[in-house]
Design a protein around this ligand. Structure first.
Ligand SMILES: Nc1ncnc2c1ncn2[C@@H]1O[C@H](COP(=O)(O)OP(=O)(O)OP(=O)(O)O)[C@@H](O)[C@H]1O
Length: 263
């Protein structure tokens, strides 16, 4: 299955934030979107999820324009993982994850035993089934992020749209979440589109990288093609060094910032 953003422009009222962007993601691929604060990454996600209208262009799933799809249909194809948040009510983890089944329920029906089993399966896939009876507001930020991914998985979408899934997490939880994303892409054949502020996240887990720059310039390709020292200097105005390291799975690149004028 293919998700295609085709010549999309979008924004708020008459203000264009994203201008003429095109990208595609297939199931079994992960795309990391990088770009400075306020450039429009979340705005693009809102457009993909039908929260704001496109100013021009199309969003297609397997060549079908999704603009006139019912929200429920859209939710069966696109799952959204927001940044971990504190909900106002102290739901149990299993209840939060079962909420992901809403798109599969008919009007006025409540979740069934099968929905709860699917929710539990999603918790197992993420290795956090032991949290199922804990109160969501009383677990850690990293655990909450994994629970939100489980909730989106319970929705059984083809694609997961993830807004900065590693934000606010400690180093260990960042790696755990990135490893889970890699597994979902590889083992569950999900397509993942995620934003991040860390080029190393993209080196670590992305099949493709897109960078949105000021002036709405846009680049997409493999991490190696797109994330270069010169380009990061252009986009973020900082000096970095990109080095290759060996690990047991083969070589990998990492990006290290350095200051050329720190005396
Ligand atoms: N609801 C809104 N109404 C009007 N303007 C908005 C709204 N939400 C965001 N914006 C503006 O749109 C621009 C893009 O914001 P957006 O949140 O998409 O950026 P972002 O790339 O996701 O930023 P960050 O990396 O800081 O999360 C910003 O100038 C922001 O102020």
């Amino acid at each position: 299955m293919k998700l295609e953003v085709k010549n999309v422009s979008c924004g708020y009222d008459t203000r264009e934030v994203i201008s003429d962007i095109s990208l595609t993601v297939e199931c079994g691929e992960s795309l990391c979107i990088l770009g400075p604060n306020g450039i429009g990454k979340t705005t693009l996600f809102k457009a993909m999820l039908g929260i704001i209208k496109l100013q021009s262009g199309q969003i297609l799933v397997d060549e079908e324009d999704i603009s006139c799809w019912e929200r429920r249909n859209l939710a069966r194809k696109l799952g959204y993982v927001p940044q971990a948040h504190n909900p106002p009510f102290p739901f149990k983890v299993i209840e939060v994850v079962t909420m992901g089944r809403t798109a599969h329920l008919s009007f006025f029906s409540s979740s069934t035993r099968r929905d709860r089993e699917i929710a539990e399966e999603a918790l197992k896939t993420l290795g956090i089934v032991q949290l199922k009876d804990r109160i969501y507001t009383q677990i850690s930020g990293g655990e909450r992020q994994l629970v939100l991914i489980a909730r989106a998985l319970a929705q059984q979408p083809a694609f997961l749209i993830m807004d900065e899934p590693t934000a606010n997490l400690d180093f260990g939880n960042q790696i755990k979440v990135l490893n889970q994303i890699k597994k979902l892409v590889r083992n569950e054949n999900l397509g993942v589109i995620m934003t991040t502020h860390f080029p190393n996240d993209a080196f670590y887990c992305a099949s493709k990288v897109a960078v949105i720059e000021k002036g709405n310039a846009f680049r997409i390709g493999t991490a190696e093609e797109v994330i270069t020292e010169d380009y990061l200097k252009t986009v973020y105005g900082v000096d970095v060094q990109i080095i290759s390291i060996g690990d047991k799975n083969g070589g990998r690149r990492v990006c290290i910032p350095f200051s050329s004028n720190c005396g």
